[in-house]
Design a binder for this molecule. Structure first.
Ligand code: SAM
Ligand code: SF4
Length: 463
């Protein structure tokens, strides 16, 4: 049996794409292997958001080059954001790569694989890689949203509700590599979720770069010849959440990522009023200085952000608000950085991903004056890590002595306990009788900056 090795980098959207790549490869009779050495097909699903991901990829492709030299019959494919951003450079830097496909064209992966395999027959029996055509598919319609996925767990599923992003934050490469915002039809999403629930799924996570912009692009093409109406008269994200909350048997709905500028009162109300929608909002703030937020083109001020966080906390008891923060944007002064620390305190984040600003070619911020030295950025991100970890510990400690509802996902890292996630998206290590896929109430006994620990109290089912 032919085998494949898949290595995926980056965000949840990429992880979900990785599930689809697995499904596409396994449909073609390939079996997964955990190490690249024995594989017939090597697939690298790439991320370009920060330079660190690029650097790690270069190391992995070094291994792929060696394996290809040892056996030129091996096929090396590159998927994800890199092919979309830098196709020509990719083939120049890594000439042994047989084919590449961007995230908007994942549905062509099977064709790419066929193109990379030499046709059988008297002239084509050998394994000369030199004869193979290089495969690449130009930008096409965002069809990948509806592709099948090989899910990691039978009771959880990611559902991509939109692709791309049209915000063009000045530091971010995503709009270039994933194209403009395109929402899937609401009825199609609901039908997919119904089907998943029928298959035993209890929790879905809705994915998009900016899920609360969902629907803004729907209903725009109207009239003969597709003339454009004012915009955004399709159903929005709050309507989608309410429609999913009405799906019988669906216990938990999660979503990410939300953009603070689009966090409407209707959305806050939909989260508060829909029992299956989990009490967790990932709301990237990025910075706390209004000048930096404007230079980032985020479309909100620090005051707006804090107001939205307070509105959420008021309407949704026990809501967890997590965030992304960038340290060392070009021209950021010490005083402006201190405003990020102030915002962290005012919003009282429950957890945060902290990033050192990384200039990406093709983005507006990469050409700004005032690029900061690596040591300054590193020192600032360390202060952000310290502040956000302190707040995370405080948030987690507030659960000690209380009950948290946990969906059990599998064994804990050391294999001695079970491990799951609370509705607030905190990892919980659980002792007591239960099994993967169960939803249980857990008496929380201890907390760390990243996890809770507790004992099963009762088996729960919300409905
Ligand atoms: N769409 C989401 C949003 O608007 O927040 C997330 C997109 S991005 C893949 C995830 C995070 O990476 C961003 O929130 C930002 O904090 C970070 N990021 C993006 N570009 C970056 C860059 N050039 N340098 C450092 N961090 C970056
Ligand atoms: Fe990037 Fe901004 Fe779009 Fe998020 S909203 S993907 S940070 S451009």
């Amino acid at each position: 049996m032919r085998t494949y090795y898949l290595r995926s980098f980056g965000c949840q959207m990429n992880e979900h794409d990785a599930e689809r790549i697995r499904a596409l490869l396994e449909e073609r009779g390939l079996a997964p292997v955990g190490e690249p050495d024995g594989a017939d097909v090597l697939v690298y699903n790439t991320c370009t958001v920060r330079k660190s991901a690029d650097d790690r990829l270069a190391g992995h492709l070094g291994t792929a080059a060696r394996l290809k030299r040892e056996d030129p019959g091996r096929i090396v494919l590159v998927t994800g954001c890199l092919p979309q951003a830098e196709k020509d450079e990719l083939f120049r830097r890594f000439p042994f790569v047989d084919g590449a496909v961007g995230p908007q064209n994942l549905h062509h992966l099977g064709d790419l694989l066929d193109a990379a395999v030499e046709p059988p027959g008297p002239a084509g029996g050998g394994a000369s890689s030199a004869k193979r055509p290089r495969g690449y598919f130009e930008d096409g319609p965002a069809m990948s949203g509806a592709l099948e996925a090989r899910r990691q767990r039978p009771f959880q599923a990611w559902v991509q509700i939109m692709s791309g992003c049209t915000n063009f934050c000045s530091y971010c490469i995503v709009p270039q590599v994933r194209g403009p915002e395109r929402s899937r039809d609401l009825a199609e999403v609901v039908a997919e979720v119904r089907r998943l629930v029928g298959d035993g799924v209890r929790e879905v996570t809705l994915l998009g770069q900016n899920v609360n912009a969902y629907g803004r692009d729907l209903g725009r093409l109207t009239g003969a010849g597709g003339s454009r109406s004012a915009a955004g008269d399709g159903p929005g994200f709050p309507a989608l959440l309410r429609a999913l909350d009405a799906v019988d048997g669906l216990e938990r709905v999660r979503f990410m990522t939300s953009h603070p500028k689009d966090l409407s009162d209707e959305l806050v109300a939909a989260v508060a009023e829909s029992p299956s929608v989990c009490e967790h909002v990932h709301l990237p703030a990025q910075a706390g200085s209004d000048r930096i937020l404007a230079a980032m083109r985020r479309g909100y001020t620090a005051e707006w952000f804090i107001g939205r966080a307070h509105a959420l906390r008021e309407a949704v008891p026990d809501v967890s608000i997590t965030t992304d923060l960038i340290a060392g944007f070009p021209g950021e002064t010490e005083q402006e950085f201190a405003q990020t620390l102030d915002l962290v305190e005012a919003a009282a984040f429950d957890a945060a991903y902290t990033f050192v600003y990384s200039p990406r070619r093709g983005t507006a911020a990469a050409d700004l004056p005032g690029q900061l030295p690596a040591e300054v950025k590193r020192e600032r991100v360390e202060r952000l890590i310290a502040a956000t970890q302190r707040l995370a510990l405080k948030s987690h400690t507030s659960w000690v002595g209380r009950r948290a509802e946990v969906l059990v996902e599998g064994a804990s890292r050391d294999g001695r306990l079970l491990r799951g996630r609370s509705r607030q998206n905190v990892t919980v290590n659980v002792s007591g009788p239960s099994e993967p896929g169960a939803i249980v109430d857990v008496e929380v006994t201890t907390a760390t900056t990243t996890t809770l620990r507790g004992t099963v109290a009762t088996a729960t089912s919300r409905r």
